[in-house]
Ligand binder design. Structure first.
Ligand code: SAH
Length: 214
């Protein structure tokens, strides 16, 4: 697993594209310039790795579009040493971006194959602050709660109450909310115990958040 001058050049171009599309969080942009996205894509398809598109990974799932990763990461307002719960490990790329930003990650995946694969790549890249779990993310990880931030990277019809309960007061949850087709990127800010502020941030397309494991 290697990085290359070619990949670095393509990555810088992608980061500039994200900037032009309105991403302003410098820490997010820095992390995306550092993490080698091509290593998260099957067979290291360099040509597909650094265009701003989602791409198929194993198990019929996708690695999110770079713009989407940047957008969700920006909404989370990540601070160093934040404790973040991610639902939907997928390729592990989003977790790597958050780890590069200095956060401690707890990430859950329902597909065993992806759960195993993502760990290999992140270990190789030395992102040791990422903790992996195999299971249904609807339940969250109460034993590690409360979290500074929670990120759902699969489309959910509604935000699970169990996850809202695992958020710190002052914490932020980001999730694409909706059914098939388009979902609304939703930010939930926990103002007080049992008090939440919701805001919508535009339409996105995600694979569905499903129940149970595979
Ligand atoms: N964050 C990922 C995006 C993966 S796509 C990345 O950076 O590549 C969404 C992922 O959510 C898929 O891998 C899918 O299997 C997973 N998923 C769907 N429903 C889930 C659930 N209930 N619990 C955990 N993971 C789930």
């Amino acid at each position: 697993m290697t990085d290359s001058f070619e990949a670095k050049g393509k990555r810088l171009r992608l980061v500039n594209e994200l900037r032009n599309k309105g991403i302003t969080d410098e820490e997010v942009l820095r992390a995306m310039n550092v993490v080698p996205r091509h290593l998260f894509i099957d067979d290291a398809f360099l040509v597909h790795a650094y265009v701003d598109k989602a791409f198929p990974i194993s198990a019929g799932q996708t690695i999110s579009q770079p713009y989407t990763v940047a957008f969700q990461s920006s909404l989370l307002k990540v601070k160093k040493r934040d404790k973040i719960l991610e639902i939907g490990t997928g390729s592990g790329y989003q977790a790597a971006i958050l780890a590069e930003m200095g956060a401690k990650i707890y990430t859950i995946e329902r597909f065993r194959e992806l759960y195993l694969k993502a760990q290999v790549i992140l270990r190789e890249l030395k992102y040791n602050s990422v903790n992996f779990f195999y299971g249904d993310g609807h339940e969250g990880k109460p034993q590690y709660s409360p979290f500074d931030a929670i990120l759902i990277t699969a489309a959910t019809k509604s935000i699970p109450q169990l996850l809202l309960e695992q958020l710190k007061v002052g914490g932020r949850l980001v999730a694409p909310v909706g059914g098939k087709g388009l979902q609304e990127m939703t930010l939930v800010e926990k103002i007080a115990e049992n008090e939440y502020k919701y805001s919508g941030h535009g339409s996105f397309v995600f694979v569905p958040m499903l129940t149970g494991t595979k």
